[in-house]
Design a protein around this ligand. Sequence first.
Ligand code: CP
Ligand code: NVA
Length: 291
Amino acid sequence: MTRHLLTGTELDRDELGALLDRADALKAAPLSSRALEGRSVALIFEKHSTRTRLSFEAGIFELGGQPIVLRRDELHLARGESVGDTARVLSRHVAAIGLRTGPDALLEELAAASDVPVFNMLTAGHHPCQALADLMTLRAQFGRLEGLKLAYVGDGNNVARSLALVGAIAGVEVTVASPAGYALAGDSAHATLTDDPAEAVAGAHAVYADVWVSMGDEQTADARRSALAPFRIDDALLDRAAPGAIALHCLPAHPGEEITPEVLYGSRQRIWDQAENRRHAQKALLELLVR
Ligand code: CP
Ligand code: NVA
């Protein structure tokens, strides 16, 4: 069976723990693995990216492999070649395929036709690679994951869902605070939902922000900014969390919107470590997938 990572729920708790151990080891010794020696990995982007592209490209190089970045408009996919045929051809050339797209169904279709592992580099529904780096960051800060409380404050989106799903595997208790109309839908059994940011952050070890306007949501930007205005992460909200709580953000940030500059660049954030940890966590993931 070809292994894929479409939502992160493909991992059990032991595998996730081992992956995070490997990520720590690779952070300490970035050139210590040649898991992709002589092999290529395709990275298909149908949406913008700074961190995901950088961290995968640099990480694949560090593993001895070659990243091949493909934008949709460069592929025959954009001219009507099917997702399945694209997957079949890619499988003959590369060791794994990453995709950033909108519909989760498109990612699933690619995986179904691929003979090599497919991993999710962000869809409308999920962002599991982000959650892996977030758990690595949390574990580095607190020395454990089980029993930690994470409060996500904002739009109940792909990042919130992945934190809820992947956090649950690790035993992290995730609460998602969103205004009416923007609550996390679907997999909410894995998270506690509320519309009160203060209630969400009470006792939390980490308070997490994401953009109010995700890629693809631009047409509803004004309505989102007004509904989400009370869900900004500032020092006063962080003060309501557990002593020693940290602020997290997957980035890109809009200082003054979902997070204040004081928090984004302050002493309680671990946001820039989070951005770095994408590379280490994803290298550990690639090791697991191409094994
Ligand atoms: N956090 C994240 O995925 O960033 P990019 O959109 O820049 O890849
Ligand atoms: N929720 C955001 C995450 C960006 C990394 C989006 O989907 O645009």
